[in-house]
Design a protein around this ligand. Structure first.
Ligand code: NAD
Length: 519
């Protein structure tokens, strides 16, 4: 076990990271190492004036950046991609110290940024180039679709994947020619700040990418007053507030919100594989992944086998505070969050659920540890039955028919992710198409869909609006400008032509256009 804080995280290094954050309030946030509760660094807290200044500075820099050719912008991103890989284990150290997750998850988080960057480096040139199309009058008219940057984008990121959400969402905004003002969660501001440092090291113009820090309600309003678009990742409750502010300011918003994601293990599934995956599904990132599994529906015929194997494997998990790759699971992010998880489990127990394994906090391991926990008998009157626990707590349920499983999976206000297990891929796909969810993974929990950077990934119902990844993950940061060109005014009666004659001629043209595929 390697419990000592990584040597690279010196006071000088950490203070260097937070130095760029404007601290007009005069207050600081005590950013701590989760495993020990020890202070890592005092994080400046930004004032509304700081927010206004951050947008103004970014807006100035954007005028130059937005005028650069896409090729010139991508040169910076290529260098950044290499720098992230060169610094991957340092980034892993920082993520782990500020979030308390195990090292395997911290490392996997670092992979998201180069994957998304690489995708958009390849895809952006064709997405952002001008597209000339036919106009209403053949030969004499045309229309050109021009993609213009929105201006300055606000990016608000949560603590559960601070580097991935903070930086991966920033990359396409920058590639599209925007400035960015990024607000990470106070608890986990260090890894996004390291990402910003690497971007500037790669040649990003200084000033273009600003970081402001503060409690959400303090800085959120001012941010949305200045932003031209907002990319928000966080809880559904906060997403609603952001959506309202975006509406008030008439700007676009992409909202990536919470989930209560189901896993459906069909009768013909490979039980051992499903059990192995369920460990990650339930307890990966200590259960703090928006796409992780909180409801597991298993077919009657294999339920007992699945349950017994899953409980045994869960009870055998290695949970601990260590900066090496050994632990299967680390800590929750904070004592406050641990208390929320405890409240869900205690409520379930009080209302009749059974704890099959886990169920307890583990202060012996660190201040915010909680055991991987499996519940049986969870019902909808329990907190853990309907609302997102966002911790290592899973409810196990039986089903008899596929229709029943689909109804149960859809019996939620969320629709972010689902996981379907079957030996028959076509059958699993037909089940997948009936689940109301933005993402469905077949014979996997979440990574296959999420890491497919060419396909949009977002939530439906109360899990979100819009998507990241895919073409829309970049194009959402642009406005489409339609430049129409008419070489000669002929969309009106010509010479002495009566309007009636013109109308008949137009009608004929419309018929012809339909038949000739000209328009
Ligand atoms: P949260 O909504 O409390 O906070 C998210 C971010 O919003 C933080 O930076 C916070 O400071 C900020 N914030 C809070 N109130 C604000 C306000 N009024 N104005 C502006 N900003 C404000 O969420 P959280 O607890 O940090 O994150 C966990 C949640 O995020 C879970 O619900 C999880 O499912 C969700 N999540 C979703 C995705 C996704 O892609 N769908 C990814 C990761 C996390």
């Amino acid at each position: 076990m390697s419990t000592a804080r990584p040597a690279a995280l010196t006071e000088k290094f950490l203070e260097g990271l937070v130095r760029r954050v404007p601290g007009g309030t005069g207050n600081t946030w005590k950013l701590t190492e989760v495993y020990t509760g020890d202070l890592l660094v005092e994080l400046p807290q930004s004032s509304p004036e700081d927010v206004a200044q951050a947008f103004a500075t970014s807006r100035n820099a954007q005028k130059i950046w937005g005028a650069w050719s896409i090729k010139k912008r991508l040169k910076v991103l290529k260098k950044f991609h290499a720098l992230v890989l060169d610094n991957q284990f340092l980034i892993t150290d920082v993520i782990q110290a500020e979030s308390g997750k195990n090292r395997r998850m911290a490392f996997e988080e670092t992979c998201d940024v180069p994957m998304g960057t690489s995708h958009y480096i390849k895809r952006a040139p064709s997405l952002l180039k001008e597209h000339k199309r036919a106009g209403p009058v053949p030969v004499l008219s045309s229309s050109t679709e021009v993609r213009r940057p929105k201006g300055v984008v606000a990016i608000i990121a949560p603590w559960n994947f601070p580097f991935a959400t903070g930086i991966s969402d920033t990359i396409p905004a920058l590639i599209a020619g925007n400035g960015v003002v990024l607000k990470p969660d106070n608890k986990t501001a260090l890894s996004p700040l390291l990402g910003v440092k690497l971007l500037e090291q790669a040649g990003l113009p200084v000033g273009l990418l600003q970081v402001i820090c503060g409690e959400g309600p303090d800085v959120g309003g001012p941010m949305l007053e200045h932003a031209d678009y907002v990319m928000f990742t966080g809880s559904t409750a906060t997403g609603q507030v952001i959506g309202e502010l975006a509406g008030k300011n008439l700007i676009g918003a992409c909202l990536e919100l919470g989930g209560k994601n189901p896993m459906l293990v069909l009768a013909d599934a490979d039980v051992d594989e499903a059990v192995h995956a369920a460990l990650f599904g339930g307890f990966g990132n200590s259960g703090q992944i928006c796409m992780h599994i909180e409801r597991m529906y298993v077919h009657d015929s294999i339920y007992d086998e699945f349950r017994d194997k899953f409980v045994a494997a869960t009870a055998a998990m290695n949970v601990g505070a260590s900066y090496d790759f050994e632990p299967d699971m680390g800590s929750l992010v904070s004592v406050d969050h641990r208390d929320r998880v405890i409240a869900h489990v205690e409520d379930a127990k009080a209302k009749g659920a059974t704890v099959l394994t886990g169920g307890e906090a583990r202060p012996d391991l660190g201040p915010a540890f909680f055991e991987p926990t499996i519940l049986e008998g969870v019902t909808k009157d329990m907190l853990a039955g309907t609302t997102e626990t966002f911790g290592p707590v899973v409810g196990l349920y039986r089903f008899a028919t596929e229709d029943e499983a689909i109804d149960l999976a859809n019996d939620t206000e969320y629709g972010l992710n689902a996981s379907v297990w079957s030996a028959d891929i076509d059958r699993a796909k037909s089940v997948a198409r009936r689940i109301d969810s933005g993402n469905v993974n077949i014979n996997d929990i979440l990574a296959t869909a999420f890491a497919s950077k060419g396909t949009p990934s977002g939530g439906v119902k109360r899990s979100g609006v819009g998507a990241r990844h895919g073409d829309q993950g970049l194009l959402k940061y642009t406005d489409a400008q339609n430049i129409g060109v008419l070489k000669k005014q002929i969309m009106e009666p010509q010479g002495k032509q009566t309007y009636e004659a013109y109308a008949k001629q137009t009608q004929l043209s419309l018929r012809l256009m339909r038949k000739t595929r000209l328009r």
